[in-house]
Design a protein around this ligand. Structure first.
Ligand code: CS2
Ligand code: MN
Length: 357
């Protein structure tokens, strides 16, 4: 595995490449052209400039998170072919630039959903949290408003103001899309892009839906082992793979995370490893990465990744806000640096105990 950190680019991130370079064991970043809208073709010059900036700082651009999918593709509307063509052009350019991992998601309307962006934990840190009753009590438009005030002056992925303005219209467009239709549209998209992925050896890594169930009545399919294996089989190509995000699959306590990892051998191209603390099955908050601070056994998660021979980029995910840092919720420097260090420690111990046995 290669330890990385997500970085939004110098225009948007409060964390610098210089700071990332100083986290022991972090050799790359996962980035994106954050200013581009879903459906837009990425300019080659912009891709190369991003890559150069990262390399000049002594790091590697280890992959893209995300090249977002236009709603027309998820809805399956007549103009989807044009947006798929654009996506293919972007992949081709990324491939030519030597980038081999692309993370994306197939969630309708919203990316991840949380009811709070700054819940206080007993140690005084603040974290993203989810409470089902709170979500059930609001309408989606309200959710955008309540979140907007909490972003610490940053723009969070999936919650861009342009999308907020269109939320009603988006719900209307998805009204005939159920789980089956969404699967079909995903298959259609993947079949079209596989040739360019084969040509440039680009590993597509779908991110799970977060939380891993339907919210606001919208269909959600990348939620459990059964669905993800169905997706792997429906387009049976190594380049059709997954981002294994423990914090997203883990929202559903019925998901056995190490077992899911083992069942996806060869198809996990990217890993997001973080911990959640459950107060009840429908109320959870994002804990520190350390096993004892939350509900998951992080050692078992890392060991499963080790056992399947995982070689791709990995990153700590959403960190807590600690030590008075002001940053994009979940994406400060301090707690993610602690997370990376802890995960590196687990990996070293697993690797050495394996070799000594
Ligand atoms: C999430 C998502 O993993 C995460 O940190 O916050 O925004 C994720 O990046 C996207 O769903 C991937 O396309
Ligand atoms: Mn994730």
């Amino acid at each position: 595995m290669q330890m990385t950190l997500r970085w939004y680019g110098s225009k948007y991130d409060t964390v610098t490449l210089k700071q990332i370079r100083q986290i022991p064991g972090v050799t790359g970043v996962i980035s994106t052209l954050y200013g581009t809208a879903p459906g837009e073709v990425w300019e080659m010059d912009d891709i190369l400039a991003l890559k150069k900036e990262i390399e000049d700082a002594g790091l590697e651009l280890a992959g893209i998170e995300s090249v977002n999918i236009h709603d027309a593709i998820k809805i399956g509307s007549p103009d989807r072919d044009m947006y798929i063509e654009n996506y293919i052009t972007t992949l081709e350019r990324l491939g030519r630039a030597g980038i081999h991992m692309v993370c994306y998601n197939f969630m309708p309307v919203f990316d991840w959903t949380r009811s709070e962006l700054a819940r206080m934990r007993p140690d005084g840190s603040t974290v993203l949290a989810y409470n089902q009753e709170a979500i059930d009590a609001i309408v989606p438009e309200q959710m955008f408003e309540s979140i907007a005030g909490d972003m610490n002056g940053t723009v969070m992925p999936g919650w861009e103001p342009e999308r907020m303005a269109r939320v009603k219209e988006l719900f209307e467009l998805y009204k005939d899309v159920d789980d089956e239709k969404l699967f079909e549209n995903l298959k259609y998209f993947l079949e079209k892009i596989m040739p360019v992925c084969d040509k440039y050896d680009i590993n597509m890594a779908i991110h799970p839906d977060d939380p891993a169930w339907s919210v606001f009545g919208l269909p959600r399919i990348i939620i459990n082992k059964e669905n993800i294996l169905r997706m792997m089989k429906m387009v049976d190509n190594k380049h059709n793979g997954v981002t294994f995000c423990s914090g997203s699959y883990g929202t559903n306590l019925e998901n056995d995370l190490p077992d899911m990892i083992r069942s996806l051998k060869g198809r996990i191209h990217f890993a997001h490893v973080r911990n959640l603390k459950f107060n009840s099955p429908t109320d959870f908050e994002e804990a520190a990465h350390l096993s004892s601070d939350g509900t998951f056994d992080m050692y078992e998660i890392m060991r499963a990744l080790y056992d399947i021979g995982f070689e791709g980029p990995i990153r700590p995910d959403h960190g807590r806000m600690i030590w008075d840092e002001v940053a994009m919720p979940g994406y400060g420097l301090y707690d993610r640096a602690l997370g990376a260090t802890y995960l590196n420690g687990l990996w070293e111990a697993i690797e050495k105990s394996h070799k000594n046995n």
